[in-house]
Ligand binder design. Structure first.
Ligand code: DC
Length: 221
């Protein structure tokens, strides 16, 4: 059977990751959370006090930063960092780190390798535009800010972090701004992307829609 690449881009809090994970499982594909990779590098820089504005320090430090996945869990130099990469400290710095070209070059190369054999669902900001411009299915997810902030708050609460909605909104707004205006690979819609507004959709409805799109390409192509 034909295998495809599903590229899922969009803003934070649109339900991209939860959707992508389930879509991959329904298709029997590998799920790759590219945002988690940017978060792992950010966490690594923070614990090693790397000065983000110092290119030399960033490049040297990147050489010591090995990222891998086992199932849907992410490992940094062999240690599981699934929880460590979801803190507000990482949230507050990840856009700055993901705007650094040396960081993007390393992670994009890694992401392309992971998608070489196809049969992957990858979510992020530049998957349909830069990482896999030839992906057979590209989806761009959006949602109202209030819905996004509420979803992010619930996600944090599950991890025992009780953050004010206003603080979350401010963080999401700031990240949207940095992610869409950075010079290297800004978040934008690919020309051949299909847009889904998830504000009024349940998780299952989002998943069904994308699985349907993917299956129509897999079985018709
Ligand atoms: O999807 P997320 O919120 O976990 O992503 C964390 C950050 O990583 C986000 O602010 C932007 C950045 N990112 C990126 O620049 N490119 C990607 N492909 C994925 C994420």
């Amino acid at each position: 059977m034909k295998k495809i690449v599903v590229a899922l881009d969009g803003y934070s809090g649109t339900g991209k990751s939860s959707t992508a994970k389930q879509v991959a499982s329904r298709l029997g594909y590998t799920y790759i959370d590219s945002g988690a990779m940017y978060r792992a590098v950010t966490y690594f820089f923070l614990i090693n006090n790397v000065d983000f504005s110092n290119v030399g320090q960033v490049e040297k430090s990147l050489k010591k930063c090995d990222i891998s996945f086992s199932g849907t869990s992410i490992y940094l130099n062999g240690a599981n960092v699934d929880n460590e990469i979801r803190t507000m400290d990482v949230n507050n710095h990840v856009s700055q780190v993901s705007a650094i070209s040396a960081v993007r070059a390393k992670l994009v190369e890694h992401q392309r390798k992971m998608g070489e054999e196809k049969g992957v669902v990858m979510d992020g900001r530049d998957i349909g535009t830069i990482v896999f411009p030839n992906a057979e299915l590209k989806v761009f997810m959006t949602a109202d800010m209030d819905v996004r902030a509420e979803r992010r708050r619930k996600e944090l609460l599950k991890k025992g972090i009780d953050e004010k909605l206003e603080v979350i909104k401010e963080n999401l707004n700031q990240r949207d701004h940095i992610d869409s205006t950075r010079a290297d690979s800004p978040l934008k819609k690919a020309d051949d992307v299909r847009e889904i507004d998830t504000s009024h959709l349940t998780l299952n409805q989002q998943i069904d829609k994308i699985v349907e799109m993917a299956e129509s390409i897999i079985y018709e192509g």
